[in-house]
Design a binder for this molecule. Structure first.
Ligand code: TA6
Length: 286
């Protein structure tokens, strides 16, 4: 841990052993606090002062080498979902990332840049900027000698007060693959409500999505660039019970709205080319 001390910023960034003894960055700004684990370059917390946490973290999450953290912002790369013989959602969230640099910006926000060691034919950097908003950018460069393709996604778990009263806007008139039926559907409603397990990959959308949460009297805004897919997921009752690292009732207080490039929207990169997936999360009183 001591070799990480050079990245600390007095009053703004400290590095300590977190859950499971894993290195954790604690960030404090005038507007907010945040937590980042080097394990998986995983943003596990973001909270604006005087407000409920914006990110959900399961009380049953593991914090161990080789296991994904359940909550916050799992970083999905270079594949999305299951892959025979390999870990679900790729290897990036299972690896120990290194700190490239940290800094206090002139506007008072804190910037952290992490890199993924030994990512085969890729250079992968994850840049997190914490201030009044939470901005995250996954930058990938193709360092192999030929064209490559991959999926990427910031699989963000948002904290909500009561899933029954939440509505989601921004995806109207957008086609999606229903992962529960494998069917292609069209979102016809002006807003989405959750009253069962929902697992949908909305395709060809660059839209900003908003989560309207009357229970916590706030709207969460999810702006993105470099992303053509948005996933909406809540496990509901039965799937919650099947997940050992997720409380049976926790589906009531969480909703995943995930921004990435998945399936037909996956990324193709020529040799030496780069991509950047960026998400900015903000909140306002409802
Ligand atoms: O993003 C939705 C999803 O693909 C769901 O199907 C569900 O499996 C979720 O991701 C969590 O996946 P994980 O591998 O983290 O348990």
């Amino acid at each position: 841990m001591s070799e990480l001390g050079k990245f600390e910023i007095p009053h703004h960034l400290s590095i300590t052993p977190g859950n499971g003894g894993l290195p954790k960055l604690l960030i404090e700004t005038d507007w907010s606090t945040a937590e980042i684990y080097l394990h998986g370059a995983h943003v596990t917390g973001f909270q604006k002062k005087g407000e409920s946490p914006l990110l959900f973290m399961s009380s049953k999450s593991e914090f161990a080498h080789g296991a994904p953290i359940r909550g916050g912002v799992p970083l999905i790369f270079p594949w999305f979902g299951p892959l025979e013989g390999f870990p679900s959602h790729g290897f990036a969230r299972l690896r120990e990332w290194t700190i490239h640099e940290t800094g206090l910006l002139s506007d008072g926000s804190v910037r952290v840049s992490l890199t993924l060691p030994e990512a085969e034919n890729f250079e992968v950097e994850f840049i997190i900027t914490i201030g009044e908003t939470l901005s995250m950018e996954l930058a990938v460069k193709n360092t192999g000698g030929q064209e490559c393709s991959f999926a990427d996604c910031l699989h963000t778990y948002f904290q909500v007060g009561d899933i029954h009263t939440v509505s989601i806007t921004g995806l109207e008139d957008t086609g999606y693959t229903d992962s529960l039926t494998a069917k292609t559907e069209l979102e016809t409603g002006s807003s989405i409500h959750i009253d069962r397990e929902v697992d949908r990959i909305y395709q060809d959308t660059t839209a900003t999505v908003e989560i309207h949460d009357p229970s916590l009297a706030r709207t969460i805004r999810i702006e993105k660039s470099g992303s053509r897919s948005t996933v909406v997921w809540n496990p509901w009752i039965d799937k919650s019970k099947r997940m050992p690292d997720f409380g049976d009732e926790e589906y009531l207080q969480m909703l995943c709205v995930e921004s990435g490039n998945i399936a037909k929207n996956k990324v193709f990169l020529a040799p030496s080319a780069s991509s950047a997936l960026k998400v900015t999360i903000s909140s306002a009183a409802l």
